[in-house]
Design a binder for this molecule. Structure first.
Ligand SMILES: O=C(O)[C@H](O)[C@@H](O)[C@H](O)[C@H](O)COP(=O)(O)O
Length: 268
C-alpha cells in the first residue's frame, strides 16, 4: 500500500512498500499529467534523467498505459545527458530509447536529444538553442516569473550525494542562473562530461518528480527533505523547489527510512 506523507513545504511524499508498487504509482502519475497537459495545450513536454529512473518508468510500456497514453503528443527532453555517442552504453538517450522510447509510439522528431558529436560546451549551447526554438513556437510553455522554459514534467533521480540531473554538491554549475543549459567536464560520477539543465529551469517546471530508491540514499533523502537546521550541507536535491509548480517525491521504504517522520508514515 502506498503511504502518502503530508506536504511539509518540500514536496509531496509518496512512500511505497515495494518497487513494483512505486512503478505503478509513477506510471499513473505520469499518465495523469500527460492527459491533463494534452487536454490543456495539445502537447506534453517531459524531461528525463538517467540512472535507475528509466527502469522504474518501465510500467508505462505495459497495459493499460501503452494504449491509453497519447504518445503522439509527447515531446521528450533530457534534464541531463552524458556527452558520449548516442550508441554508447553510458548514454542517457540510449538508456531511455532501449527501456522506453522504442516501445511506445512516440514521434521520432519529438525526441529532442543532444548533439553527440560536439564538445560538452558546444552540446550545451546547441541544446539550449533547441529548447529556445521550442519555447518560441510554444511547444514548451514559458514561465511568467523568469521567462524560463516551463516543462510539464521534469523527472529526476538523485545520487547518494544528493545530486540531481548533473548538478553536483559544491560544483559551480549549481549556481548558474543566467543559462538554461550548462556543461561540466569533471563530473564526480562518471562519465565526466555532461550537460545539464540549470537549477532555475528545474524550478520553473509545472511538475518535478524525484524518484529515489534504496537504503544507500536514505541519508540524502533525510537531508533533502527534513528540517535539518542551518548547518545542513547545501544539497542540490534540497534546492529543487518549483516556484510555481508541484514537487513530488517517489520513495521506497528503504530510501525513506531516515526521514524524521518515517515511523508516522509507516503506521498510516
Ligand atoms: O545521468 C545521470 O547520471 C543522472 O541523470 C543522475 O542525476 C542520476 O539520475 C542519479 O545519479 C541517480 O542515478 P541512480 O538512480 O542510477 O542512482
Amino acid at each position: 500500500m502506498a503511504l502518502y506523507g503530508a506536504d511539509n513545504g518540500r514536496g509531496e511524499l509518496r512512500i511505497h512498500d515495494s518497487i513494483d508498487e512505486l512503478s505503478t504509482d509513477l506510471a499513473d502519475y505520469i499518465a495523469e499529467l500527460s492527459d491533463a497537459s494534452v487536454k490543456d495545450r495539445g502537447v506534453f513536454t517531459i524531461a528525463l534523467s538517467g540512472g535507475s529512473l528509466i527502469g522504474l518508468m518501465g510500467r508505462l510500456c505495459e497495459a493499460p498505459y501503452k494504449k491509453t497514453v497519447d504518445w503522439g503528443k509527447w515531446h521528450i527532453f533530457w534534464a541531463d545527458e552524458r556527452v558520449v555517442a548516442k550508441s554508447h552504453a553510458e548514454s542517457n538517450y540510449k538508456l531511455a530509447k532501449d527501456g522506453l522510447l522504442s516501445k511506445v509510439p512516440i514521434i521520432p522528431n519529438h525526441i529532442h536529444s543532444i548533439n553527440d558529436s560536439a564538445s560538452a560546451e558546444q552540446a550545451a549551447e546547441d541544446y539550449e538553442f533547441i529548447v529556445r526554438q521550442l519555447v518560441r513556437t510554444r511547444v514548451i510553455n514559458v514561465s511568467q516569473i523568469n521567462d524560463c522554459p516551463k516543462f510539464d514534467l521534469i523527472i529526476l533521480g538523485m545520487g547518494p550525494d544528493g545530486h540531481v540531473a548533473s548538478l553536483f554538491p559544491n560544483h559551480s554549475a549549481l549556481n548558474k542562473n543566467d543559462e538554461w543549459v550548462t556543461f561540466i567536464t569533471d563530473s564526480p560520477k562518471p562519465p565526466p562530461e555532461r550537460i545539464t539543465f540549470t537549477m532555475p529551469v528545474l524550478n520553473s517546471a509545472s511538475n518535478v518528480a524525484v524518484v529515489v530508491t534504496g537504503i544507500g540514499k536514505s541519508e540524502a533523502v533525510h537531508l533533502a527533505i527534513d528540517n535539518v537546521g542551518p548547518n545542513c550541507p547545501l544539497l542540490p536535491a534540497r534546492m529543487v523547489r518549483p516556484s510555481n509548480g508541484k514537487l513530488v517525491w517517489f520513495l521506497d521504504k528503504s530510501a525513506a527510512s531516515e526521514l524524521d517522520n518515517f515511523s508516522q508514515f509507516s503506521q498510516s
